[in-house]
Design a protein around this ligand. Structure first.
Ligand SMILES: Nc1nc2c(ncn2[C@@H]2O[C@H](COP(=O)(O)OP(=O)(O)OP(=O)(O)O)[C@@H](O)[C@H]2O)c(=O)[nH]1
Ligand SMILES: [Mg+2]
Length: 442
């Protein structure tokens, strides 16, 4: 262990449970090994982490979201400290008197393996804190821009909302590497029981936007040392503390995620030396985030189907001509993007046409769309006006006859959500495709 790490004379000491009062369970309810070996293995696993090669993403992007002052920036500092092997404070943190967010810019922080070591294959993206009041703190309505990778590093947040496609640095056609691959809701353990309805509503709205894109959510419960005397004395008691167990259950039900998605941590705050048990807890949370991220990447590969196209070929003309319309159901993320028909981008890996969906457009008309994954719905504003066949870089309007042929069943018309048309309709539609879209991948 490096010089900056405080030594613990042994692994977990059961006698500790008799000290300090409070209620301690007989055994841990989550399995976590509190020893040097465990710390070392976690560091090694995270050091070696790499997204699956087929996904075409070099670095996972983990987005920190949450109320003001909950410890978002401190979590990055904690992880950074562990890999620097001494306590660092790269991200500005603090508790301002006016309770306004210290962080006002979006920062995609890089963690390196030591001061001059290689970049690890993930970035921790820090954001401004959310506030209950409207037009204060991070504006959750801007979240889709962040999720979909439109916003560049160092973006200055504006509580009244300032992100638009006209803004300098706006990424018009972000691909999977620039998007967010896992979201972390950061919650302060000491305020779980007093979370306001306004804040919960904002978190709930954000959750819908995140899960609609298939992006996983983890809840990071910080400040466990302030919420439980036992844990303050010894972080390794976290999964024996009845108080923390209760707070995790409460967080899970308030935020609406499974208990297994709620991970407690204690960030570095006043310390000048690393503590191995603080490290073990933070590293195990980070490991879980990277596992969830991998699940998301797996899902991207599944939804892109067998026609996976390596990133260097994505959106190239040659590749577009090889697109296949295979009638499989459109991925959920694509449906979501279409159903919103907003500026969001379908979250998918490849640019393959994967399906045809019946879509109830915002203008109330039904459209039949062939979607090219990776192409933002915002590129096709005409989609609001009439049924369209979408191709990668241009729009082919269906003529009246075809439009009639593709008329949707009444009951589908009435449903607000996206519905797939059945295989027969699919076959009809295939027959009427313009010649420039081949039926098979060459
Ligand atoms: N005791 C304790 N204090 C913490 C912990 N995490 C963060 N803090 C303290 O909480 C305060 C806020 O931390 P930040 O990391 O700045 O919180 P933030 O969520 O980034 O806040 P904004 O950027 O202002 O929205 C600081 O004083 C930290 O030292 C923790 O786990 N335990
Ligand atoms: Mg901050």
């Amino acid at each position: 262990m490096g010089s900056g790490v405080r030594k613990h004379s042994s692994s977990f000491n059961p006698k500790m449970s008799l000290l300090g009062g409070g209620s301690l369970l007989k055994s841990q309810w989550r399995n976590l090994a509190w020893d040097e070996k465990s710390r070392f293995e976690l560091i090694e696993t995270i050091r070696e982490y790499k997204p699956l090669a087929q996904v075409g993403v070099q670095q996972a992007r983990l987005l920190l979201l949450g109320h003001v002052n909950v410890g978002k920036s401190s979590f990055f500092n904690t992880i950074n400290s562990i890999f620097r092997n001494h306590v660092t404070a790269q991200a500005p943190v603090g508790s301002p008197r006016d309770q306004r967010s210290i962080t006002t810019k979006m920062r995609a922080y890089q963690v390196r393996n030591g001061r001059e070591g290689k970049d690890l294959n993930f970035k921790i993206v820090d954001t401004m804190g959310i506030e209950e009041e409207r037009r204060k703190g991070f504006d959750p309505t801007e979240l889709p821009y962040l999720l979909d990778g439109h916003v560049s590093d160092n973006h200055q947040f504006d509580p009244s909302g300032n992100i638009s496609p006209e803004m300098p640095g706006f990424q018009k056609l972000p691909k999977l590497p620039e998007k967010i691959h896992c979201c972390i809701f950061v919650i302060d353990a000491t305020s779980v029981s007093s979370l306001s309805d306004e804040l919960l509503n904002k978190l709930n709205d954000m959750r819908t936007k995140i899960t609609g894109r298939g992006i996983p959510i983890i809840v990071l419960m910080t400040k466990i040392d302030k919420a439980c005397d036992q844990t303050r004395g010894d972080v390794s008691l976290v999964y024996k503390s009845a108080t923390i167990q209760h707070l995790i259950a409460q967080t899970s039900s308030k935020i609406g995620v499974p208990v297994s998605h709620v991970l407690p941590v204690k960030n570095y705050t006043h310390e000048i030396e690393l503590d191995p048990w603080v490290d073990v807890l933070a590293l195990s949370a980070l490991q879980q985030m990277l596992r969830f991220t991998d699940n998301y990447f797996d899902e991207c590969l599944v939804t892109s189907g067998t026609g996976y196209v390596p990133p260097e070929k994505q959106s190239s003309d040659a590749w577009t001509r090889k697109a296949t319309l295979n009638g499989s159901s459109a991925p959920a993320q694509m449906k979501q993007a279409w159903s919103n028909n907003n500026a969001s981008t379908p979250t998918a890996v490849a640019g393959r046409i994967t399906g045809v969906s019946v879509h109830n457009t915002p203008s109330g008309r039904n459209g039949v769309m062939a979607g090219v994954l990776g192409t933002p719905a915002s590129k096709f504003p005409e989609a609001e006006k009439k049924p369209l066949l979408l191709e990668e870089n241009h729009v082919v309007e269906l003529d009246e006859e075809k439009e009639e042929k593709e008329r949707i069943d009444e009951d589908l018309v009435k449903k607000p959500e996206v519905e797939e048309i059945n295989q027969n309709k699919m076959a009809d539609f295939n027959e009427n495709l313009p010649n420039q879209i081949p039926q098979e991948v060459a």
